[in-house]
Structure formats: C-alpha cells, structure tokens
Ligand binder design. Structure first.
Ligand code: ADP
Ligand code: MG
Length: 703
C-alpha cells in the first residue's frame, strides 16, 4: 500500500529518537536519553560520540554546514554557519565536527541586545547545546544546514536569550510538582513536563502589493489606510472554504513543518479577511517554543514561494481583527498523567483541585507580570480593543469548576460535580452527542479548557518562551509554598482541604466567567482590585518589582540583573519600534501621499481652468468642492507631519529607557494618529488612479 504523505515526510529532517537509535552505539544512546529525560549531566565522551553520529547523519543527508541556533532577546532566531571543513584539509577536503563544537559555540555577541548586561567591548557570548530539543536540517537556497538548538549566555553566565530562563523554569516546576505528587503517594513520577500547544494566527497578502507599501516592509503593519466597504462583519471568512492559492500555500507549509517534526495539526480561515491559523499538537515547552519559531520562519519563507507575504504582526490592518497566539499550557508527568485533567469526579479529585488552585493563585498574584509576558508594541493595538481579551487578567473556569469552587467556598469541601449531558438536536438521523460539562468563553484571557489552560493574550509575533517561563516559575513558586506546608502537616488530608479552601478564598477575585469584552467587567475588575495595565510600557515595571525579583530568584529562573536588563531591553525595543513607525510615516507622507494629493488637486485646478475656458457657464461645483476639501485636508496633513517630525526629534534626543518609551507612547503615537486621519480621509476622496499604494480592499480581498 502506498504511504500517506505525512508518513513519508514526517521527521525526515530531524535527528530524532529513531535516528539516534540507528546512529548511536547502545550505551551512548542510553546515556543521552537519560540526560534528556532525567536531566543527568552529559559527559564529554558521550558528546563526542553524539557529535560524530550527528555529523554522519547530516552529511549523508547533504548538509555542508552546521550552526548553533539560538534565540537572543531580539525575539528572532540567530545563527552563524560553519562548514564541516577542517583545518587539516589540503588537496582533499577533510570534514569534522567534534563534541566540543556540538556542546559549545562562542559567537561574537556584542551586537545582540543585552540591556546593559555587557558593554559593547565585552563581546564574548556562549551558545550551549540544548539536547532536549532535537537538532534538525534546514534546506533552502543556501543548501542544507545542520541546526543545533542552543541556549545563549554571556561570559559571566547570565542568560542573553529566551530559552535559558524557559529551561530553568521547566526544572523549577518539575521539582515542585514532583514534591506535591510524592505527598499524594505517587512514587513513580520523577519528572513533570509542561506541555504547550501554541495556536498561530497570520495574514497572507499578495507579495506584489506588499512590496508597494513601505509601512508593511519596514514595520509589518499598515500605518495608513481606510476600511473598504466590506470588512469582517459578515463573518463569512471565518472557517470559510480555503481558496486555491492559500490552500496550495498551506499544503506546502504543512509538508515543510512535518519534515521538521513539527506536529502541524489544524488549519483554517480566521475572522478577518486574509487571516488564517495553524495549530500544532502540543509538545514539551522548550520544543514547542523552538518549533513555534520555526513555524513563524517557515510561514514567511513558504509565502514568498507563492508570491505571497505572511504578516505575523498583531495588528496589520486597523478596523479588522488582528492576530494573536493562544498558548495552551498544562502539566504532564513522565508517566503520562495530565495534572490538569479533572477526571470524572473533579469534586473529589483533591490532587487536581490543589494544582488548579495553585494556578489560580499564581495568575492572581502575578497578573501584571503575565500581561507583560504577552506584550510587544503591536499587541497594544489588540488587548482591550474588543477583539482580544482586555488587558485585565482574569480566569475562566467554566460552569462545572465554578460550581465546585462555590461549594468549597461555602462549606469547605465539594460534594458533587455537574456532568456533561446528552444533547438532542432534533434530527433523528443524527446520533445523540454528549455535551461537555462546560461551554467555551472566547473573551477570557486565561481560560480553563477541559484539561489545560489557554493563555490567549500572547502577541502573534512574539516568542512563547516568555509567557511559559512566567507561568512555570509563578506556579512553581506557589507549589513550593504548598509543598512546604503539606510536608510539615500531621494530617495530610485535612491540610490539603484547608490549603485548597484558603487558596481559593484569597484568589477567587481573579475568577470571572462572564463577558470579558463588556464595559461592566472593566468597572467590576476595578472594584475587585485587579490590575488593568493598558500598555506594554506600563507593564514593563512588573519585571523589576521587588516581589517579582524575589520569586524568580527563589525559583532560579532569573537573577535580579537579568530582570533589570530585560526591563531595559523592553523599553528600548518599544521606543525603537515606534521610532521606526514614526519615521516610516514621515517618509510615506512626505514622499508619497502629499505629492500625490498635490498632483490630484493640480489636476482638479487644471480641469476647472480648461472647462471654464471651454464653457464659462458649466457647473463646476463638484470640482471646486473637491479642490477645497482636498486642499484643506492637505494642509492638515502637512501640519500633522510637521508635528510628528518635531515629536520624533524630541524623542530621539532623550536618553534611552522608561521616560523615552513613555514619550514615544504618549506624544509620538498621538502625533502618528493625527497624521493618519487626514491621509485616510483623503484616500476616500482622491481618484484611485492617483493613490500611490494598494488599498485595504486590494490587500484584504484580492489575494
Ligand atoms: P481551539 O482553537 O479550539 O482552542 P485548537 O485545536 O486550535 O483548539 O488548539 C488547541 C491547542 O491546544 C492545540 O495545540 C492542542 O494540541 C493543545 N492542547 C491540547 N491538549 C493540551 C494539553 N494537555 N496541554 C497543552 N496543550 C494542549
Ligand atoms: Mg484556542
């Protein structure tokens, strides 16, 4: 029988378990597996043998180069290629790759953001092999490159990347969760993994149109543009039939992802026109994070092969929904048990209720920090804008769990739980289906969805490492306190009941099952004392709050210096992003829009003159009205342009840091909005033949 394409291509470019078994001596394989599974130290001997096997496999598959692949604080991935050519080569090429080269790289790191962790002259940085995320081959125009996932740190050992803190946080939560499980009598579990499934939203537009817009090229979003007559109001794109061009893109995307061992699972059209989504099957957090970076890169690369451009920005078009990333998160033991699975009778599943209340406590205590972990400049356009969860963190539990929480809060323990019923939809030929115990709530930023939490705030272009680092570390910290208490109690069952009750009582204010988009919720949340952090710049401060620093240091996830440097990096990243947007607007307004409108009004004036010459009595009211209206908007645009230029100059004369970021947000962003308004109005009036860039209608519907 012919093999299905998934079976044929899946994992063919990955140094995965099968390949390891095939290429490694049994002893080395066992040693490597126990490092991967139990975190045991990797010896140089093992590294040498693995390096040799990896080289053989890569060369057989056509690789010419290898690279340490890492995730610096830019949010993108970084790589520097080395060919396998050795210095011993003379007449003949000698190819080599040693254990040392596998486990350690030393790129000149001076140009990566470090937030003051190092001066520019302190250039040394190290990349260190993360053997828990499989190496893979990347094939494109450059040939085939062996990519080795690595962590990236400075000469002094501080994390300069997104992966190191994530790996540390995974160790932290595993350690504390195992302690709790032991108390519940589980002696088998040695490790608890955090599982993550990130749903990735994106836009696809025609590349020729993309290339005509400097705003898309430089900033990833449109900075001007008025809505076409039709937007997303009919909801006809959502789950609609996928058109041929996008379908062939998705087909190629899936195949490329499968080759890389990425479990690409679902695909569909999203709410906004030209918007789509892909979700993989979940995997261990660091692999999921690596894979999500690869997904984003592959989405962009494949799009170009189809003369499409993939936009990952959170808000590429004003007026229609933007993109986010839903980070599905749960805890799974090495024996395969999901700790967030409520089971058939959640009311008596004390272990589940304890883990559940730990998550609730962690989210409530660290709401601003979580909000920060999902933030980038683009996401400020979405959070709280009626298309994504508000900037207020709350937790949706659903009817079944909320009922249990209510019972516990009323009487100290729960005695029953609602079950999903059978549903009759009134058509006899359709078999009866069983309802879930709980409906969904799309408006919640942090929703329990059956056996996992779905953190729905994460920015679409952002690495998922930050969000999962915060989730793991904060939950680990709560679990640690719980384990300390329980280990010292004489009556375990009673202590667990009390702990669940106390935790829920203290943190019930973060639970909200209603409509998160409503205005009522905003005032209700204020009454409950939940933080509503409206912008990224405001959220950054949460990184360096004393209680946050203590929590991260307790969990060995970030040091004080690492957190301070991250705050700096974020202020800078924000300022730089807005600065580029402002400069792009200045450029487009000066070079494209204003000259275009001048041409247009001149043509109107010429037309008025020539018509008057031909027929003095002709009615010229239309042309004259247009001429006055356009000239007045043109003057508004020029004034707004001058203001924006002045604001941007002032911003650039300030020192880097918080004050500068705030100035960009409060003054420069406002000046940008003021410039956009007259230009968008002009777009509605000026003859399309004259307009210098493709319109929203062209980009969203003609793809
Ligand atoms: P929806 O859009 O309905 O939320 P999707 O199928 O698009 O659902 O995405 C759900 C995501 O959650 C998938 O990536 C899936 O693998 C992931 N997921 C399912 N179970 C778990 C779990 N236990 N832990 C983490 N992620 C999970
Ligand atoms: Mg979802």
């Amino acid at each position: 029988m012919q093999k299905n394409v998934i079976e044929t291509v899946f994992g063919t470019k990955v140094f995965n378990d099968d390949v390891m078994q095939q290429y490694l001596p049994k002893k080395t394989y066992a040693a490597l597996r126990s490092t991967i599974e139990n975190g045991e130290e990797l010896t140089p001997d093992v590294a040498n043998v693995v390096a040799h096997a990896m080289k053989e496999w890569a060369l057989e598959n056509g690789a010419t180069h290898y690279t340490h692949w890492f995730q610096p604080m830019t949010g993108f991935t970084a790589e520097k290629h080395d060919s396998f050519l050795s210095a011993e080569s003379d007449a003949h090429a000698v190819l080599e790759f040693s254990g040392k080269e596998l486990i350690k790289g030393e790129p000149d790191a001076s140009s990566f953001p470090s937030g003051g962790l190092r001066a520019t002259f302190e250039a040394r940085g190290y990349t260190a092999w993360d053997c828990t995320s499989p190496a893979f081959l990347r094939e494109d125009a450059i040939g085939i490159v062996l990519c080795i996932p690595t962590a990236f740190c400075s000469y002094t050992g501080e994390a300069l990347d997104k992966k190191t803190p994530l790996l540390r946080s995974m160790e932290a939560i595993s350690k504390q969760a195992v302690r709790i499980l032991k108390l519940f009598g589980d002696e088998e579990v040695t490790n608890v993994n955090c599982s993550v499934g990130p749903e990735q939203e994106y836009f696809l537009i025609d590349r020729d149109q993309f290339l005509q817009r400097e705003d898309l090229i430089f900033t990833g979003r449109t900075l001007f543009g008025c809505m076409p007559p039709k937007g997303q109001e009919l909801d006809d794109h959502y789950f609609g039939t996928i058109r041929e061009r996008q379908a062939s893109y998705m087909k190629e995307l899936n195949e490329e992802l499968w080759k890389l061992g990425i479990l690409s699972k679902t695909q569909h059209n999203e709410v906004a026109p030209a918007q789509h989504e892909m979700a993989p099957i979940y995997s261990t957090a660091n692999i999921a994070a690596d894979h999500n970076q690869l997904v984003m890169e592959t989405m962009k690369k494949i799009a170009r092969r189809h003369n499409l451009e993939c936009l990952l920005h959170e808000k590429p078009f004003a007026g229609v929904n933007g993109s986010g990333k839903h980070d599905n998160w749960s805890l799974v033991t090495n024996t395969g048990k999901n700790l967030l699975s409520p089971g058939k009778a959640p009311y008596e599943n004390k272990q589940f209720l304890l883990f559940l209340s730990a998550v609730i406590a962690a989210v409530d205590d660290n709401a601003a920090l979580l909000r920060m972990s999902a933030s980038n400049p683009g996401n400020d356009h979405r959070l709280g804008a009626d298309e994504a969860p508000p900037a207020i963190i709350s937790i949706f539990l659903g009817e079944q769990l909320e009922d249990i929480v209510d019972q516990i809060l009323a009487t100290g323990t729960a005695t029953h739980s609602n079950r999903g019923e059978k549903m009759d939809i009134g058509v006899h030929t359709i078999p009866p289906i069983k309802k879930d115990a709980t409906d969904r709530n799309r408006t919640s930023p942090f929703a329990f969805t059956g056996n996992k939490f779905e953190f729905r705030m994460v920015a679409s272009s952002l690495s998922i490492s930050g969000a999962n680092t915060v989730l793991n570390a904060t939950v680990a910290d709560v679990l640690q306190k719980m384990a300390d208490k329980l280990e010292n109690s004489d009556d375990f069952d009673k202590a667990v009941d009390e702990l669940i009750y106390e935790t829920l009582k203290t943190h019930q204010k973060v639970i909200f099952n209603g409509d998160g988009y409503s205005d009522d919720w905003i005032s209700e949340a204020e009454k409950r004392g939940l933080p509503n952090v409206k912008t990224m710049v405001d959220a950054i401060a949460s990184l360096t709050e004393e209680k946050t620093i203590e929590m991260f240091e307790r969990q060995h996830v970030y040091t004080r210096t690492e957190l301070e440097s991250r705050a700096e990096i974020n202020y800078e990243a924000y300022s730089k992003a807005i600065n580029i947007e402002a400069k792009t607007m200045i450029h487009m307004a000066s070079k494209q829009y204003i000259p275009t409108v001048i041409h247009y009004v001149t043509s109107l004036a010429d037309s008025i003159n020539s018509i008057t010459a031909a027929c003095a009595e002709a009615d010229l009211s239309v042309q004259k009205n247009l001429l006055t209206k356009c000239s007045s908007l043109l003057a508004d645009a020029q004034n707004a342009l001058n203001d924006l230029k002045a604001a941007d100059v002032e911003a650039n004369h300030m020192g880097e840091g918080k004050a500068q970021a705030e100035f960009f947000r409060d003054v420069v962003c406002k000046a940008m909005t003021a410039l956009r308004a007259p230009i968008d109005e002009l777009e509605m009036i000026v003859d399309k033949e004259y307009w210098p860039v493709p319109s929203y209608g062209d980009m969203l519907f003609e793809v």
